[in-house]
Design a protein around this ligand. Structure first.
Ligand code: FES
Length: 576
């Protein structure tokens, strides 16, 4: 056994350390292909894998896991790969967010129930990252994330395309600028390899967040999925997790308040997804770090967006990697007092030691401080009588001319109601109107669907208008864009003020002042509230019933009330 383990007793000894019947059972069953010294006291490393053919973004994770194992063996420990529920964002219905908390339970209980001393989390497609981190955080074992990396740039008729083009293409078809056949022709040109969506969608945002939190090795976020360096990084992660176990570097030592503040600022600097707001609040809740929606506004307000990546910018994640990636952005934040430099990373080095010498290779993609893509790139948190507990807007993806806007509400009671009405030529709507969508929040949908960037009415698109103010209690894909207020809290299905909006009401949005106001007097609102009836939730029972009974609102992370907090990794009693 390696000298670094001398004098240390790891958690897995409770399974393998006894010379009795129970020890026999554990060693004999799990050790059937292993040398006898595999259970001599060295650490056992879990590799938590979200591989699934139904999650094509994570389809290369079996190979990544093999490279992690090489590193674990090399460092003198024993790896065991285990599956957890995977979530393919584009396929899972009604929305992958409904299952994030379920996967986090799967991860937490799998780690705690098994002889695992430390864990490597293989995550990529959107919800797999927060779910795995939330689960590991509730156990507080040493953990390191290996992200899946982004897919290659899409290429269509000579143009580089990424997922954000889908929204544009769909509107081009509605507006008559693109034929349906051209849309079909673009399909195979988009997804050219395994890996996450090629833009700064939620998956890549969460990979960036992982590195900003200190949970990934340098360049973890941006190395493309099929680049050989990702496999080398997986090997290094396998080596490093063993040292982390030996040094007892648990995830709570990484996930500090300073780490979350770094992640919020970095999210602004890369034009990250609004979904990161919900996921970081939920992750902080698991480790007991106080974090609020207002922290997002306060910390992100002065952060310029420096990464010129779609949907806020022009380029793709693959380009971002070649341009230098995240490290020079973190260096720039550090040079301007916007980084907690001493925050610890899983490599053992501080964030500043990791990024302070990082070069930029293309200043058009990784912008310098004095030439940002957007001067104030953080997430704006809005308050007002329409969103008393907050709503969010991503300024870098919004239209400057709509950031201060007053308009007449056109209201949709549900996503089905929206679909029924939006293409109707008789719909009473003009470009100055504000589209309002209800009952798509955590309980109302249920699962808080990504429908907040509802497409514009065809008759508006045909006028050449590309953006209108939209407000909902839904989420929005990180690949989408527009002047969209999301996560309205409390949600309509809970009787939040959003439920009381009617066609023709005037609404005033002022992003600079951080306000969103429904211009209906209090007496009228009280009258409407009296006649309001909660919607019948489309819940068939089972897990979905558990979900609506226990999910919190978006402003606190949409976690289950009974999952908040860390339950540690105590060893349960023997069952034989
Ligand atoms: Fe998997 Fe976008 S659908 S990362």
């Amino acid at each position: 056994m390696d000298a670094k383990f001398a004098g240390k007793t790891f958690r897995s000894r409770a399974w393998f350390g006894k010379r009795d019947k129970d020890g026999f059972i554990h060693r004999s069953w799990l050790g059937r292909t292993l040398p006898l010294d595999a259970f001599d006291g060295r650490p056992i490393i879990g590799i938590c894998n979200t591989w699934s053919e139904l999650t094509p973004c994570n389809a290369h994770f079996r190979v990544i896991a093999e490279h992690v194992k090489r590193g674990v063996w090399e460092a003198g420990a024993v790896p065991f790969e285990f599956p957890v529920t995977s979530l393919g964002e584009t396929s899972v219905r009604p929305t992958a967010m409904l299952w994030r908390n379920l996967v986090s339970m799967d991860v937490e209980e799998s780690i705690r129930a098994n002889p695992i001393d430390g864990v490597v989390l293989l995550c990529g497609c959107d919800k797999t990252t927060p779910a795995l981190i939330m689960g590991a955080a509730s156990c507080d074992v040493p953990a390191i994330v290996v992200s899946g990396g982004s897919m290659l740039n899409g290429k269509y008729r000579g143009e580089t395309i990424g997922v954000s083009h889908i929204w544009k293409f769909a509107e081009d078809v509605k507006a008559g600028r693109m034929t349906e056949q051209e849309l079909v022709d673009a399909e195979p040109c988009m997804s050219r390899s395994t890996g996450t969506c090629a833009v700064m969608g939620t998956a890549n945002t969460m990979a960036i967040v992982v590195d900003a939190l200190g949970l990934g090795l340098p360049r973890n976020a941006e190395i493309p999925a099929v680049d050989s360096r990702r496999y080398a990084l997986a090997h290094e992660a396998g080596r490093r997790i063993v040292d982390m176990v030996a040094e007892d570097v648990r995830i709570s030592k990484i996930l500090t308040r300073e780490a979350f503040e770094n992640a919020i600022r970095v999210n602004g600097a890369v034009g990250g997804s609004t979904n990161a707001v919900i996921h970081l609040l939920a992750m902080a809740g698991r480790v007991g770090v106080p974090l609020s929606l207002d922290d997002w506004d306060r910390l992100g307000r002065e952060v310029p967006t420096l990464a010129n990546i779609m949907p806020s910018g022009t380029y793709m994640m693959e380009d971002f990697y070649y341009a230098g990636g995240l490290l020079p952005i973190m260096r720039t934040l550090g040079e301007h007092g916007l980084l907690h430099k001493d925050a610890l990373t899983v490599s053992g080095a501080s964030q500043w030691d990791t990024c302070k010498d990082a070069p930029t290779y293309d200043a058009g993609i990784v912008r310098p401080w004095d030439n940002p893509l957007v001067a104030h790139g953080g997430i704006a948190v809005l308050r007002g009588n329409l969103v008393p507990n907050g709503g969010v807007l991503k300024p870098s993806a919004a239209s400057p001319h709509l950031m201060q806007h007053r308009g007449r509400a056109v209201v949709f009671e549900s996503i089905e109601h929206y679909k029924q009405r939006i293409n109707d030529p008789a719909l009473d709507v003009d470009p100055s109107c504000i589209l309002v969508l209800k009952n798509c929040g955590p309980k109302g949908y249920p699962g808080m669907a990504e429908v907040g960037n509802m497409g514009l009415p065809p008759k508006i698109l045909q006028q050449g208008i590309e953006d209108m103010v939209r407000i909902s209690d839904a989420r929005m894909s990180g690949t989408a864009y527009g002047t969209v207020v999301l996560h309205a809290s409390p949600e309509a299905a809970m009787g939040g003020p959003l439920a009381l909006v009617r066609d023709g009401d005037m609404i005033a949005l002022d992003v600079e002042a951080r306000t969103l106001h429904l211009e209906v007097d209090d007496a009228e609102l009280a009258c409407r509230r009296k006649s309001w009836k909660p919607p019948v939730l489309p819940v068939p029972g089972g897990y979905q019933q558990l979900y609506v009974d226990h999910v919190s609102q978006a402003d606190t992370g949409a976690d289950f009330d009974f999952l908040v907090g860390c339950r540690g990794h105590d060893i349960a009693r023997e069952s034989h």
